[in-house]
Design a protein around this ligand. Structure first.
Ligand SMILES: Cc1ncc(COP(=O)(O)O)c(C=O)c1O
Length: 382
């Protein structure tokens, strides 16, 4: 008997939630990629005021013109000359991603996705009837893909490649030469670049390296206020592209997904950008300090090797315990009161790794690391 659609039956719940659901309330949680800050107070006040002022209605599909214009301006140093027509506000980065796959991928076509990955990408492509194909981002290459690995995956049905830097879960970031090589690969194969840059303002060294402003007209960029302004629960993000033809298709698609984004909240986000422009830098600085602490602790533990990320809010160390896989190690850690994600939740090549989100205070990071060290010592018979 036919029950549900193939697409519903094909997608599976994400493995990241599994550990979370097993954890007790008192576990020290490195599990969730959610900043432990509140949005700037001016934004919360502006949200309330906007509702009181009557901004409780539908907006235009692409969103509040003043906010779109502000966002376009915020990319001026990468790509000048964009305006509100280059921006479509979405209800989160998650919504933006689905919109882009729906806009760019036909059933039967395939999309190249990073692995280890943010677990939404593959199911999104499946929902669109496309095929998800994974390129490796290896520890030994600081999690940056090699062009030869990408090239081996392309065929006549490949229509897009998704890049995600700074990366969830690896924390990998690009330098300009690496970006240019990945750009050249996409150009040569005539692929759309879907660039997920939701961590663009959480970078610890130099400027964020973007695919925006590279002159390639098949770049569409996903962004969100979730991480950079600590607004995960507000569900607000955007798509931006210098390609106006693409933006027209994307905005048309957005109408059929959500009609528009939240009215009052768009005023609040505009206020955040205008009156608390340094907020992302303040939290990025805190994340950088936490990152240093956690990397140092991890690298002093038995069987652990950890790169020092230059962005995002995660470390993705290799953790070796003889005879145990990453889920088993994560479960042992959980028994001892520490929640983290097994690398295998982010794809097969995540096996052998654990992901720690450093979205808790430095004191809690240190307490958590004491526990991780004790568990690893025990598992290694030390
Ligand atoms: C790489 C990446 N992209 C997109 C998102 C989606 O963010 P949101 O839907 O909260 O805007 C996340 C959230 O964890 C992420 O890590």
């Amino acid at each position: 008997m036919r029950t549900f659609s193939d697409r519903a039956l094909e997608i599976q719940p994400t493995g990241v939630r599994k550990m979370f659901d097993l954890a007790g309330d008192d576990a020290i949680s490195f599990g969730l990629g959610e900043p432990d800050f509140q949005p700037p107070k001016v934004a919360i006040d502006a949200f309330h005021k906007a509702m009181v002022d009557g901004h409780n209605k539908y907006t235009t599909t692409a969103g509040l013109p003043a906010l779109r214009e502000k966002i376009a301006r915020s990319w001026d140093s990468y790509q000048s000359g964009m305006n509100q027509d280059n921006v479509c506000i979405t209800m989160s980065g998650t919504n933006a991603l689905l919109n882009l796959f729906l806009t760019l991928v036909n059933p039967g076509e395939n999309v190249l996705l990073p692995e280890p990955y943010f677990p939404l990408y593959g199911p999104d492509v499946t929902i669109c009837g496309g095929e998800d194909r994974y390129y490796p981002c290896k520890f030994e290459n600081e999690f940056i893909p090699k062009v030869e690995d990408l090239q081996a995956l392309v065929d006549e049905n490949t229509v897009a490649i998704l890049y995600n830097f700074p990366s969830n879960p690896t924390g990998g970031t690009l330098n300009h030469a690496q970006r240019d090589a990945l750009l050249e690969f996409a150009k040569q194969n005539d692929l759309w670049i879907i660039s997920d840059e939701v961590y663009d303002r959480i970078v610890f060294e130099g400027e964020h390296v973007s695919f925006m402003g590279t002159g390639y007209d098949k770049v569409v960029l996903v962004n969100s206020f979730s991480k950079t302004f600590a607004m995960t629960g507000w569900r607000i993000g955007y798509i931006i592209s210098a390609n106006l033809e693409a933006m027209a298709q994307i905005t048309k698609m957005q109408y059929y997904i959500t009609a528009c984004s939240n009215d009052a909240m768009q005023y609040a986000v505009l206020t955040a950008m205008e009156e608390a422009p340094d907020y992302p830098d303040i939290i990025a600085n805190e994340f950088m300090e936490r990152c240093e602490i956690i990397v140092e602790r991890l690298n002093n533990m038995p069987g652990v090797e950890c790169h020092k990320p230059k962005g995002a809010i995660y470390v993705f160390p290799k953790v070796h315990v003889e005879g145990m896989n990453s889920e088993e190690i994560a479960l042992e850690l959980l028994k001892d009161g520490v929640l983290c994600s097994p690398g295998s939740a982010f794809g097969p090549s995540g096996e052998g790794h654990l992901r720690f989100a450093y979205t808790i205070s430095k004191e809690d990071i240190l307490r958590g690391m004491d526990k991780v060290e004790a568990t690893l010592n025990r598992l290694n018979g030390l």
